[in-house]
Structure formats: structure tokens, C-alpha cells
Design a protein around this ligand. Structure first.
Ligand SMILES: NC(=O)c1ccc[n+]([C@@H]2O[C@H](COP(=O)([O-])OP(=O)(O)OC[C@H]3O[C@@H](n4cnc5c(N)ncnc54)[C@H](OP(=O)(O)O)[C@@H]3O)[C@@H](O)[C@H]2O)c1
Length: 359
């Protein structure tokens, strides 16, 4: 599948590539990541292959990632309108200013204006609430975002890392107020983080939101450079940030490495192909610090895991979900009498629990 296999994002008319280019690694300001030159080369390589979806945030390298993207786009006339450019608000870049970040009206508008300045554009395609703030009323944030849509500075609205209940509440308020809908979610999702399957992904499917998984390689743990048998240094800049894998993690990591060697591909490709094929997923956020990592990650687009390999990966990474997800998965079938739903989902008849007459 090429990057040009565009697909609609949630219940919207916006079309995105199956992989979105993440830019958290753009800039070396925090002691890890790519130089501006390498970052621009990575961006160019992704766009030249027809990739159209780029993700950033005001906080990435304290605004430098947005500057790098803005400089690149300024040097490529006509490209800005061809791509889906998303950025995020929430993190306060002005320490000491209580309204410098967060989702209050004043902060949202000011953060967008600063992102637009750094990106050298007058609109973003997706404006993401980066994290959950239990204080600010949802109506205030949603109405501010809707105003920005009306003003032509934002095309679509997304939520990231917000609890399912708060997302569903906000989406329902927006729907009944006629405000810009939440069309997509960014969630951590990988073979080492599957608890999103409990509430968030089923909610996204039910409410027509596309899912963009972030951390699909668990910061590189699933990229092939880790294994329980390996000793010595790992080629990474992230150890200080994310530590090292646990013994539990290594069960999954070793299985990914085995599947990769059986399938004749890289571990990174296996981990990315797995996540991209999961129900509800629209476009996986790939993060590459170097060009060779980008190439390895893009090769996942050509990989379809065999049912046997998928099953092995599903089993070794099976998550323990919060109540009531597992309870409901076991009990839901008892309510059905066979047949299918209108869109073809099988609803098998439950086994007879007992032969006793029904009173
Ligand atoms: N919404 C949110 O809260 C949120 C949070 C995090 C990220 N994001 C977005 O999602 C994007 C991806 O997230 P992520 O960076 O956590 O993804 P990830 O794929 O889990 O980790 C990327 C890191 O793994 C290593 N890596 C990547 N490809 C590799 C390869 N082929 N071989 C070996 N190592 C490889 C690199 O680090 P080293 O080379 O240094 O090891 C790279 O920086 C970000 O850029 C950002 O746009 C969003």
C-alpha cells in the first residue's frame, strides 16, 4: 500500500495517508532528535512519496519543530495547500504566564497565532487539544475552536490523550451545539500499549472519529534494536527519556523480532504493520530520527502480516483491560440470536446456557 492510499479521517471529508509523519524529533534542542537539515530531508522524502499528513505541536522542541516545517514549506511554493498539517495546543511555552498554555479561550487563540507564525501559514488543517485539562469547561474550549474554524484559521478539530468519557461528552456537546466536530483522536497504541482498546478505540469507532496511534514503536523498543539476548549499547538517543524495556516488554519484543526474521523484514515494519491493520486505526504516526529509520518504517506499507503471525503477536501482547471491557466482551454475545448487523458484522447466537425451561 503506498502513501498515496489516502483514506478519510473519521466521519469527515479530509483524506490522509496511511502513515502520518511525526515531527517530535525535529530539532536537537532537547538533547535528542534530528538536526534541522536532516529533519527537512526526512520531510521532503515523505512528501515526495505522496505522503500528505504531517503532525507537529507547539511544544515540540519548544516551537523549533514548527519553525523547521515552516521554513521547509516556505521554500516549496504550492506545497502548503497540498498537505494536511496538524499542530497542537496545551503545553505552556511561557512559564510564569498562567494563561500561556492550556485549553482556555485566551490561551487557545494565542497558541494558534504563535503556531501559525512559526509555521509561516495562515491556517492549520487539524488543531489538536494535546492533553486533558479537568478544569476548563469543555464548552469554552469547543466554542473557541469553533470560532477559529469560522475565522478560517483551523479546518478540523482533534483530541489527543483525553479520557474516553470526556471526549464523548465534548463530542456530544459539539454535535448538539452545531460546533466543529471532533473528527480524530491521537492515542498511544502499540504492541506494548494496548489498553486504548478498552474504551477509547471502541468510542472512536462508534462516534465516527479516526484514530492516529502515536508511539507505535514504543519509542524504539519495537524497532529491532532491543532483544532480551542483546548486550552492549543500543543505537538510541532516548534512553534518558524512556528508560529500558522491562522483562514483560521483552516477551513482546522477542516475538516481534522472531516474526520479523520469519517474514524476512524488519521488526519496525512488523510493529508498524500490526498497528496500522488494527480495527479503528486510520493513519499511524511514524517518528524517525534519521533517514534510514524513515526508510525502514515506510517499508511497513508493503507488509501484510500472515494470520498466523498476527495471532502470535495478538496473543503475546494481549492487554488486561479495565472493567467493564473484558466483562462486556464475554457477555455481549449472550444478547444476540445470530445473524449479522446491517453492515455485515456477525452476531453469533450464544451457546445454550442450560436446557431448563424459560419461565
Ligand atoms: N499526541 C501525543 O501525545 C503524542 C505523543 C508522542 C508522539 N506523538 C506524535 O507521534 C509521533 C511518533 O511518536 P514516537 O516518536 O513516540 O514514535 P515511535 O515510533 O514509538 O518512536 C520513535 C523513535 O524510535 C526510534 N526509531 C524510529 N524508527 C526506527 C527504526 N526504523 N529503527 C530504529 N529506531 C527507530 C527513534 O529514536 P532513537 O533512534 O533515538 O532510538 C525515534 O525517535 C511523534 O513524532 C509525534 O508527532 C504524539
Amino acid at each position: 500500500m503506498p502513501l498515496t492510499s489516502y483514506v478519510t479521517l473519521g466521519r469527515s471529508g479530509l483524506r490522509v495517508s496511511p502513515f502520518t509523519l511525526g515531527t517530535m524529533t525535529f530539532g536537537e534542542d532537547l538533547g535528542w532528535g534530528s538536526s534541522p537539515e536532516e529533519a527537512k530531508a526526512i520531510l521532503a522524502a515523505y512528501l515526495d512519496r505522496g505522503g500528505n499528513s504531517v503532525d507537529t505541536a507547539n511544544v515540540y522542541t519548544n516551537g523549533h519543530a514548527e519553525v523547521i516545517i515552516g521554513e521547509y514549506l516556505a521554500g516549496r511554493p504550492g506545497m502548503r495547500d497540498r498537505i494536511v498539517l496538524g499542530t497542537k495546543f496545551f503545553w505552556n511555552l511561557h512559564l510564569g504566564d498562567p494563561n500561556g498554555g492550556g485549553p482556555g479561550r485566551k490561551a487557545v487563540i494565542q497558541q494558534l497565532d504563535n503556531s501559525l507564525r512559526r509555521l509561516q501559514t495562515d491556517y492549520v488543517d487539524i488543531y489538536w487539544l494535546h492533553n486533558f485539562d479537568p478544569v476548563t469547561p469543555a464548552e469554552e474550549t469547543l466554542r473557541a475552536l469553533d470560532d477559529l474554524v469560522t475565522a478560517g484559521k483551523v479546518r478540523y478539530v482533534g483530541f489527543s490523550d483525553v479520557p474516553a468519557w470526556a471526549t464523548a461528552e465534548a463530542a456530544t456537546i459539539a454535535r448538539f451545539r452545531g460546533w466543529a466536530p471532533i473528527i480524530a483522536l491521537q492515542l498511544e497504541y502499540s504492541l506494548l500499549e494496548r489498553t486504548t482498546e478498552g474504551e477509547l478505540i471502541p468510542m472512536a469507532q462508534a462516534m465516527g472519529m479516526g484514530v492516529l496511534p502515536w508511539g507505535p514503536l514504543k519509542s524504539g523498543f519495537l524497532s529491532g534494536k532491543y532483544s532480551s539476548a542483546a548486550t552492549g549499547d543500543v543505537d538510541t538517543t532516548r534512553t534518558a527519556l524512556v528508560g529500558t524495556p522491562s522483562q514483560e516488554d521483552y516477551r513482546v519484543i522477542d516475538t516481534v523480532n522472531e516474526v520479523a526474521s520469519e517474514a524476512g523484514t524488519s521488526a519496525a515494519a512488523v510493529a508498524l504493520a500490526w498497528v496500522q491493520a488494527r480495527p479503528g486505526v486510520t493513519s499511524t504516526l511514524i517518528g524517525a530520527r534519521r533517514m534510514d529509520q524513515l526508510e525502514a518504517n515506510l517499508s511497513a506499507l508493503d507488509l501484510t502480516l500472515s494470520p498466523e503471525h498476527q495471532e502470535r503477536l495478538n496473543e503475546v501482547s494481549a492487554p488486561r483491560l479495565n472493567f467493564p471491557a473484558e466483562n462486556n466482551a464475554n457477555l455481549a454475545r449472550l444478547a444476540h440470536n445470530g445473524g449479522t448487523t446491517v453492515d455485515g458484522l456477525a452476531t453469533p447466537a450464544p451457546p445454550r446456557l442450560h436446557e431448563a425451561p424459560v419461565y
